[in-house]
Design a binder for this molecule. Structure first.
Ligand code: ADP
Ligand code: GLC
Length: 485
């Protein structure tokens, strides 16, 4: 089976978050189950060296998007199709923003072109590869199912995965004529959205299947508290919606051979992690008692991630003798508050503002627990890395966090199955209580060690979820092939 991924990020080339990790890892897991994936990705400057080694497999000069060409190349074990259109993508830095908090004004054209070319390649095939399925990821690829449904040509089954429904790709209706999209779709049952149009709505309405990245988030999506206005649109297609958990690239995230750790270790001897913790403390200038836990955060610093709740409980965390190291960037007010906390408690709290992949590995390998207080979390990957590294996740009970962590309540502790801590409701008070509970368990070395071993034993790889994607592709193809009554 051949599947064309259409996506705006892919690790290790371009990454702003978990979407990139998924797009970079799932194709490898699918290959192992007989599904061949090619990934259509914008040729951002970071991909220039890969473009230089590739060969042109598609070119068009006559579209509304300006000259477009696609270069095929294999790199990092992935088969890439790079959309080379310098007028749209030859811009360094963040793939979506021209400055802090400011989207590029032509994002509709940039990702309209990506979706448009995705539909063409899916339909016509490329480089000897004829896709059975087009699999669009997030709003940036959301128009691809609409192009397939509304323009003439070979019919191709489409799937869209919603990685985060808060991002909907909404643009003014006056921009629509620039996109070569049939205007018949501009209505309430199509991509029209309160007088504007939405890339994500187009994907949800026109794709044959809709997936999201955890079973709990799939349920939450039809709830007004989580749907960001899309709850009705998703509910109308409930029968086509499913939740499939993300996994971890076990080669990239492996504490037994991770070059970014000071000391590698396995679940058989997780206490070797202390060398990594010492390195972390030194790097951040902390000085903690060995019997006090070191918490960490690796995250976008935004309201979604509940970082404000964590800042609110820092006096409580410090009063327990615990420490905290934070790696992230995002909202200015949160950055300012975190910096102030590090200045107030320099031996307990360390903050690094920025993006640092190697440091994120050392934090998972050295901190005792990773705190993820998200208000909503479609799946979340850092708690999965935490499980794999024995950095016990302390998480809000929502979305994929609820689906992947076994709370260390008294029953789970007594029966030895706990892998972390969950809290609800998502408030500072409940987070503070969970931090207290974690500190209590940390004081019991045996109990904590059992939790680390359990956590590291969890199957967080992609194999099970890749099989679910394969089944989903098969059932969508069977349905498309069945005669309609
Ligand atoms: P989201 O995609 O919503 O940001 P995820 O948990 O799915 O959340 O994925 C976040 C990914 O980005 C993880 O791989 C995490 O390790 C990484 N990450 C987030 N912030 C940073 C940072 N400042 N430095 C390095 N990696 C980061
Ligand atoms: C989004 C979500 C995150 C998820 C990631 C990959 O960024 O916020 O929860 O893990 O996509 O699916």
């Amino acid at each position: 089976m051949n599947v064309l991924f259409v996506a705006s990020e892919c690790a290790p080339f371009v990454k702003t978050g978990g979407l990139a990790d998924v797009v970079g890892a799932l194709p490898k897991a699918l290959a192992a189950s007989g599904v061949a994936v090619r990934i259509l990705l914008p040729a951002y400057p970071a991909l220039a060296p890969v473009v230089a080694q590739g060969r042109e497999v598609y070119a068009s000069s006559g579209s509304a998007f300006g000259p477009l060409r696609v270069v095929a190349a294999r790199s990092a074990e992935l088969d890439l199709l790079l959309l080379d259109a310098p007028q749209l993508f030859a811009r360094p830095g963040n793939p979506y923003l021209e400055g802090p908090g400011r989207d590029y004004p032509d994002n509709h054209l940039r990702f309209g072109a990506l979706s448009h070319v995705g539909a063409i390649l899916a339909r016509e095939g490329v480089d000897g590869f004829l896709p059975d399925i087009l699999h669009a990821h997030d709003w940036q690829a959301g128009l691809a199912p609409a192009y397939l449904a509304l323009t003439p040509g070979r019919s191709v089954t489409s799937v869209i995965t919603i990685h985060n429904i808060a991002f909907q790709g909404v643009f003014g209706a006056h921009l629509l004529p620039q996109l070569e999209l049939p205007l018949q779709g501009f209505n309430v049952d199509g991509f029209e959205y309160y007088g504007n149009f939405s890339f994500l709505k187009a994907g949800v309405v026109y794709a044959d299947r809709i997936t999201t990245v955890s079973p709990t988030y799939a349920r939450e999506l039809t709830d007004p508290a989580f749907g960001f206005g899309f709850e009705g649109i998703v509910a109308a297609r409930r029968g086509r919606l499913s939740g499939i958990l993300n996994g971890v690239d076990l080669d990239v995230w492996n504490p037994a051979k991770d070059p970014d750790l000071v000391k590698c270790y396995t679940g058989a001897a997780p206490t070797k992690r202390v060398a990594n913790r010492a390195a972390l403390e030194a790097r951040f200038g902390l000085s903690l008692a060995p019997d006090a836990p070191l918490f960490c955060v690796v995250s976008r610093l935004t309201r979604q991630k509940g970082i404000d709740l964590l800042v609110d409980v820092l006096p409580r965390l410090v009063a327990r003798g615990a420490g905290l190291v934070v790696l992230g960037s995002g909202d200015m007010d949160l950055e300012v508050r975190l910096r102030a906390a590090a200045a107030a408690w320099p031996e307990r709290i360390g903050v690094e503002l920025g993006y640092d992949e190697p440091l994120s590995h050392l934090m998972q390998g050295g901190a005792d627990s990773i705190i993820i207080p998200s208000r909503f979390e479609p799946c979340g990957l850092t708690q999965l890395y935490g499980l794999r590294y024995g950095c016990l996740p302390l998480v809000a009970r929502t979305g994929g966090l609820a689906d992947t962590v076994i709370d260390g309540n008294s029953v789970a502790l007594a029966s030895g199955v706990a892998t972390g801590f969950q809290f609800a409701p998502v408030t500072a008070a409940a987070l503070g209580d969970a931090i207290d509970r974690a500190c209590d368990v940390f004081a019991d070395k045996k109990a904590w060690r059992t939790m680390m071993t359990n956590a590291m034993r969890q199957r967080v790889g992609w194999d099970k979820s890749a099989a679910q994607y394969r089944n989903l592709y098969e059932s969508a193809l069977q349905e498309a092939a069945a005669p309609r009554d």
